[in-house]
Write a protein that binds this ligand. Structure first.
Ligand SMILES: *[C@@H]1O[C@H](CO)[C@@H](O)[C@H](O)[C@H]1NC(C)=O
Ligand SMILES: *[C@@H]1O[C@H](CO)[C@@H](O)[C@H](O)[C@H]1NC(C)=O
Ligand SMILES: *[C@@H]1O[C@H](CO)[C@@H](O)[C@H](O)[C@H]1NC(C)=O
Ligand SMILES: *[C@@H]1O[C@H](CO)[C@@H](O)[C@H](O)[C@H]1NC(C)=O
Ligand SMILES: *[C@@H]1O[C@H](CO)[C@@H](O)[C@H](O)[C@H]1NC(C)=O
Length: 430
C-alpha cells in the first residue's frame, strides 16, 4: 500500500511542479574557490546513502555525475577533476579554473519519499598577489607638495581598503580616492599626513596588504624659549629653545644682535654677569624647507637676593652711588633744560616712553614672537639706536653709566624718593 501511494504522490508532485519536489538540501548560497586549488561542495542535511536510489550532480545544464551512490557514472569531462564522497554526497572539484564558476545542483532520489534538491553558486577567484604601493619620490613639504599613492596587484580584486597608521583612511577635501579606490591623491600635504599607509586588496579567498611610509617636512614653527626672565648674579642659567620641525631644526643664538656661535638648542651661561643682561634670539632653521623662525627672550641679571646692595657693597660704594645718582638727576635736569631750549623735548619723551615700555615688558611679557626675522631685526636696531642716543646724550660720565645700568636692572634699593625722579623728571626741572 505504501509504495504505490508514495509513487503516486511523487508523480502527482512532478505533474504539478515540474521535475522535482522542491525539498531542499542545504548548501551555502555561495561557495568560494581559488584558481588552482580545490573546493568541496557539501550540504549539511543529506540523507544516508543507504536510503538513496539515484543522485545527480549538475553544473548548470551539464551533468557531472549520476547513478547510485556506490558506483556513479562520471562524465568524461570530469574524470580526474572531481571526487565524490558517497557518505556525505559532497563533490570535490580539483584544480579550479575561473570557468568552474557557476551553479552546482545536487538532485537526490531516495528509495522512498520525495526527491531532494540543493544548489550552490561557486565563485572562483584568482588569488591576490604582488600588491605594491608607489608613492612620490620627491621630498614632500607641508602646504606646497602633493602626493599620489598608487596601488597595484594581481588577482581578482573585489575590495580595496586604505588605512593610515592602522585606522581607516577617509576622504576629505585634501584626500581624494580614485573611482576604483586603487589610488589616493593628497593635495596639499600636511604634517598630519606623515605616517604609514596600508592598502589591502582582498577577495573572498585571499587578501594582501602593501605599506608605504610618507614623511611630510614642515616648520620650523612654534619656536619658543624656556628659561628665566630674571636671574641672580653669579649663577648658572640655561635658555632652551624648541621648535616644531621635520626634520629637526638647527638652532643659532644671538645676544644683543651679535651671533654667539652657539648652535645647540640650549644656551648656557656658566656664571651670570651683569653684561649677560639683554636680548637673546634663538633662530630655528629647517634645512629641508629652508625656512627659519626666531623667538626672543629678555634676560635680566640682578644682584642676588641675599647679598643685596646693603650687604654686598661697602659704605663708600653706597655713598658713591648716592652721589652718582644725585649727579645723574642733576644731569638729567640739565639735559631736559637743554633739550627744551632746543625744541628736542618730544624726542626725549619718546625715549622715556621706550624705556617705560620695555620695563613693562620685562615685568609682564618678556617674550615677543617674531614670524619674520627681518621685522625683528629692524625693531631691535631701532631700540638699540634709541638706546645709543639716549645713553650718549645723557650719560657721558662713566660713573653715571654704571649707576644707570643698576637702575635699569631695578636693583637700586635707594631712598624711594629718588626713583620717581629718575624715571619721571620732576616738574621743578622744567
Ligand atoms: C564567499 O564569499 C562571499 C562574499 O563574496 C561571502 O558572503 C560568503 O560567505 C563566502 N562563502 C563562504 C562559504 O565562505
Ligand atoms: C596626482 O594625480 C593626479 C590625477 O590622478 C594628477 O593630476 C596630479 O598631477 C598627480 N600629482 C602628483 C604629485 O603626481
Ligand atoms: C577574475 O579575473 C578574471 C580576469 O583576470 C575575470 O575574467 C573574472 O571574471 C574575474 N572573476 C571575478 C569573480 O571577478
Ligand atoms: C571605495 O572605498 C570606499 C570606502 O573606503 C567605499 O565606500 C567605496 O564603495 C569604494 N569604491 C569602490 C569602487 O570600491
Ligand atoms: C644688551 O642690551 C641691553 C638692552 O637690551 C643692554 O642693557 C645691555 O647692556 C647690552 N649688553 C651688552 C653686553 O651689550
Amino acid at each position: 500500500m505504501m509504495v504505490p501511494y508514495g509513487l503516486n504522490w511523487t508523480l502527482w508532485m512532478v505533474a504539478c511542479f515540474g521535475q522535482y519536489f522542491g525539498q531542499e538540501l542545504q548548501f551555502p548560497k555561495l561557495t568560494n574557490g581559488t584558481v588552482g586549488q580545490s573546493v568541496k561542495l557539501t550540504a549539511n542535511n543529506t540523507p544516508p546513502s543507504t536510503q538513496i536510489a539515484i543522485l545527480t550532480w549538475h553544473f548548470g545544464i551539464n551533468q557531472i555525475m549520476s547513478g547510485p551512490p556506490d558506483e556513479p557514472f562520471i562524465a568524461p569531462d570530469y574524470r580526474g577533476k572531481v571526487n565524490f564522497d558517497k557518505n556525505t554526497l559532497a563533490l570535490e572539484l580539483y584544480n579550479l579554473i575561473l570557468e568552474d564558476s557557476g551553479s552546482y545542483i545536487l538532485d537526490v532520489i531516495p528509495t522512498s519519499g520525495s526527491q531532494l534538491r540543493g544548489e550552490t553558486t561557486l565563485q572562483v577567484f584568482e588569488k591576490i598577489d604582488y600588491v605594491t604601493l608607489t608613492g612620490p619620490h620627491e621630498t614632500l613639504i607641508e602646504g606646497e607638495s602633493s602626493a599620489n599613492i598608487t596601488s597595484e596587484g594581481s588577482g581578482n580584486i573585489t575590495s580595496v581598503q586604505w588605512m593610515k597608521d592602522n585606522s581607516p583612511l577617509s576622504s576629505s577635501s585634501r584626500i581624494i580616492f580614485s573611482s576604483d579606490n586603487r589610488s589616493v591623491s593628497i593635495s596639499p600635504v600636511e604634517r598630519s599626513d606623515t605616517g604609514e599607509y596600508q592598502c589591502t586588496y582582498s577577495n573572498p579567498v585571499s587578501s594582501e596588504t602593501a605599506k608605504l611610509t610618507l614623511i611630510i617636512n614642515y616648520g620650523p614653527d612654534g619656536v619658543s624659549i624656556e628659561g628665566p626672565d630674571v636671574v641672580d648674579l653669579g649663577v648658572q642659567v640655561s635658555l632652551s629653545c624648541s621648535a616644531n620641525s621635520e626634520p629637526s631644526a638647527s638652532f643659532s643664538w644671538t645676544f644683543n644682535g651679535s651671533d654667539t656661535g652657539v648652535t645647540t638648542d640650549k644656551y648656557t651661561i656658566d656664571k651670570t654677569d651683569f653684561t649677560d643682561s639683554g636680548e637673546y634670539i634663538c633662530t630655528a632653521f629647517n634645512r629641508v624647507t629652508q625656512k627659519r623662525e626666531s623667538h626672543r627672550h629678555a634676560l635680566l641679571v640682578q644682584e642676588g637676593g641675599e647679598t643685596g646692595l646693603g650687604g654686598g657693597l661697602s659704605a663708600g660704594a653706597i655713598a658713591g652711588i648716592v652721589i652718582g645718582v644725585a649727579v645723574a638727576v642733576g644731569g638729567i635736569c640739565g639735559l631736559i633744560i637743554y633739550l627744551t631750549k632746543n625744541n628736542k623735548i618730544p624726542n626725549l619723551r619718546l625715549q622715556q616712553k621706550g624705556q617705560a615700555n620695555r620695563a613693562t615688558q620685562r615685568g609682564q611679557e618678556p617674550d615677543l614672537h617674531y614670524e619674520e626675522i627681518n621685522g625683528s631685526q629692524n625693531a631691535r636696531e631701532n631700540i638699540m639706536n634709541l638706546e645709543k642716543i639716549s645713553e650718549a646724550q645723557m650719560y657721558e660720565n662713566v660713573a653715571y653709566k654704571s649707576e644707570y645700568e643698576n637702575l635699569k636692572h631695578g636693583v637700586l634699593n635707594q631712598p624711594q624718593a629718588l626713583e620717581p625722579q629718575v624715571s619721571n623728571p620732576p616738574p621743578v626741572c622744567r
